[in-house]
Ligand binder design. Structure first.
Ligand code: FAD
Length: 389
């Protein structure tokens, strides 16, 4: 379809990538973001090859490679420092045709924003969408400050805590607490922490601690531990908290806790969303976490938002029957893939974080038996299920 005006609510990974794919399709784009500054939650993110391929298709391949970490090896170790398995990711790259790139979230957000170049005013800050209305010709977004705008299509890319989701699905939807807390941040790479080309994951006691190399000689680190809902620990006490939880874990984990800056750390209760039956309503489509928030145990949430953006633009561009029809096609194309990944990530979170201790124990044993081929096959299957095989 030609000459559409698309309104996008939310300037996270999903909203910005959708802005770029839809602009490439020749549409007029307006992006509205409620915050006064685009500040991503979280420190790092791993963009797996399926996400990188979407960025490649937008001409951003060199840019993402520049900010990406050199992650050549993935290594599982036990909390007693036993090497459980070590996978060389080169064969993954050979199988799927693209390196994955762990990156700093701030740099990724800047990369996406800068890709709008002179159209940077496309992204309007301090604009909180509070309501949507539509008829058979237009959709209108209303904002907290009284502003309103109308277009042909509206993309609700307003994140896991989406205010617009209930309108689309037609009933209230609640996020589900995944029963664990995640701490994350960035730390300068040094020899005490680990090898600069290795993503190491320490597992044991139903917890994990991990470091992943991003660009600029930094590790993106994260810890995870099961916890009841509602605990709050202020930054000044976080190192003490982590020291207690990971007492007796190997030297690199202790070193990481010593080296991290608690005031630049994040401490998050992890949530996900039961798969939705509906992702679109008329001229309005959910995209990214608003549609399928997931636990981060597969590292696919942001990548799926990028895939959404690619598929949505393809259906709008190649259909002449109408916007509503194109969005229905998008819904059909995305529902199964994203639901499968959300449920798979949920199962994996339960296994990592000891929801059923016997299964977790079995998994630790299984890690020792897993071959490089097993791991590469599992990763490739997820990646090759994306729009660019
Ligand atoms: P968001 O990034 O949440 O963006 C939504 C935007 O909408 C925000 O800027 C918000 O301010 C704005 N907004 C909200 N409401 C309104 C409103 N009413 N009006 C206007 N603006 C509004 N994914 C990966 O691919 N790889 C990983 O390694 C990975 N690791 C993760 C680790 C952790 C600990 C977590 C929590 C997630 C991880 N993810 C990962 C998932 C990934 O972060 C998300 O899937 C991704 O950020 C979703 O992007 P989004 O644009 O849909 O939502």
């Amino acid at each position: 379809m030609n000459h559409l005006k698309v309104i996008i609510i939310g300037a996270g990974i999903g909203g910005l990538t959708a802005g770029l794919t839809l602009r490439r399709a020749g549409y007029t784009i307006e992006i509205y973001e409620k915050t006064s500054e685009i500040r991503p939650a979280g420190a790092g993110i791993s963009i797996w090859s399926n996400g990188v391929k979407v960025l490649n298709s937008l001409g951003l391949g060199d840019e993402i490679a520049k900010i990406g970490g050199q992650m050549d090896i993935m290594e599982y170790r036990s909390h007693t420092d036993e090497l459980l398995n070590q996978i060389h990711l080169n064969s993954l790259v050979q199988t799927v045709g693209q390196r994955p790139y762990p990156v700093s979230r701030t740099e990724l957000q800047s990369l996406l924003l800068n890709a709008f170049n002179t159209d940077i005013e496309t992204v309007k800050l301090n604009a909180q969408c509070i309501r949507i209305e539509q008829d058979e010709h237009r959709v209108t977004a209303y904002f907290a400050d009284g502003y309103q705008t109308s277009g042909d299509v509206l993309i609700a890319a307003d994140g896991a805590h989406s205010q617009l989701r209930d309108y689309v699905v037609g009933h209230p939807v609640k996020l589900r607490y995944a029963d664990y807390v995640n701490w994350n941040g960035l730390v300068e790479i040094n020899g005490d922490l680990g090898d600069k080309n290795t993503w190491v994951i320490y597992v044991g006691e139903g917890k994990r601690a991990s470091m992943m190399p991003i660009g600029n000689h930094q590790f993106y680190y994260f810890f995870g531990c099961p916890m009841v809902k509602g605990t709050i620990v202020e930054p000044e006490s976080r190192q003490q908290e982590l020291k207690q939880i990971f007492a007796g874990w190997p030297f690199p984990v202790q070193s990481l806790i010593e080296h991290l800056n608690p005031y630049e750390s994040n401490r998050l209760e992890i949530h996900d969303l039961d798969p939705l039956k509906t992702l679109v309503r008329g001229r309005v489509a959910l995209l990214g976490d608003a549609a399928h928030a997931t636990t981060p145990t597969l590292g696919q949430g942001g990548c799926q938002a990028m895939e959404d953006a690619e598929i949505l633009s393809r259906f709008l561009l190649t259909t002449n029957i109408g916007v509503e029809y194109a969005l229905k096609r998008y819904e059909t194309a995305r529902k199964e893939r994203t639901s499968t990944l959300v449920l798979k990530a949920r199962k994996r979170a339960d296994m990592i974080y000891g929801k059923h201790p016997d299964l977790t124990q079995k998994w630790y044993e299984q890690l020792k038996q897993e071959t490089e081929t097993d791991v590469i096959n599992a990763l490739s299957q997820t990646i090759l299920g994306g729009p660019f095989h």
